[in-house]
Design a protein around this ligand. Structure first.
Ligand code: DX5
Ligand code: ZN
Length: 218
């Protein structure tokens, strides 16, 4: 199995030192940036101008996770701002195929995210239109929550649907990913792992990234 990819979430970084904290994760594969609007989720984080500057200074590509309403209108601007991956929620998009095509046309990878209670089955026919499916393993909105074990069968069904269609679509998991949960998520078929508190809460951030990658690749 190819080496697992790690995408640390800067939601757990020091917001007064984002450039410094991006450099702490220079050995990761991506920097995961959580955009929240206090409508789609009950929290408010950062927006387009900040993402644009982060993309200019980040040592790793930017993986944006848009937890926002009216995403059809806003998502393309994140690709134009320099995000190499733009993930929007299935529950928020009005026209997910059109949106995914627009993101790809702008040169970004397109991701489709599902809240824990949203099934994959209605979206199986859309898999060919995206580069990644994000299975939320907590309710989106906050870092530091516990991994929802009940999402494991959906990770497995998503991986099976991708394989059955013969596609090269990544399966990302986000929420409660740590040393104690990452192996189960990998075993179910995930290959891109978001971790916020586990990475930024570690004393040695590069060592934690390596440990998580090794556990997920075993
Ligand atoms: C939650 C965000 C996550 C969050 C994960 O809505 O999408 O990316 O930062 O944090 P941890 O890894 O601490 O659960
Ligand atoms: Zn996220």
């Amino acid at each position: 199995m190819p080496s697992a990819q790690i995408s640390p979430s800067i939601l757990s970084a020091d917001f007064a030192n984002l450039e410094r904290d991006l450099h702490k994760i220079a050995t990761a594969d991506w920097a995961h940036v959580d955009v929240m609007d206090n409508h789609f989720v009950p929290n408010l984080t950062i927006g387009l101008p900040v993402v644009e500057r982060l993309a200019q200074v980040s040592p790793v590509p930017i993986d944006t996770h848009l937890m926002i309403a009216d995403v059809d209108r806003w998502a393309p601007a994140f690709a134009e701002a320099g995000a190499q991956s733009v993930t929007f929620h299935a529950e928020a998009a009005q026209a997910p195929v059109r949106l995914a095509r627009e993101l790809r046309r702008l040169g970004a990878r397109a991701g489709l995210a599902l809240r824990p209670a949203t099934p994959i089955e209605p979206f199986v026919d859309l898999l060919a239109e995206v580069d990644m499916v994000l299975i939320m393993t907590v309710e989106p909105g906050f870092g530091g929550q516990s991994f929802i074990e009940g999402t494991l069968p959906k990770i497995r069904r998503t991986r099976e649907a991708v394989s059955a269609a013969g596609l090269d679509v990544w399966v990302q998991v986000d929420g409660g990913v740590s040393r104690s949960t990452i192996e189960r998520a990998a075993d179910a078929g995930a290959d891109v792992f978001v971790a916020g508190s586990a990475v930024y809460g570690a004393d040695d951030v590069p060592a934690e990234i390596e440990t998580l990658r090794a556990l997920a690749s075993a």
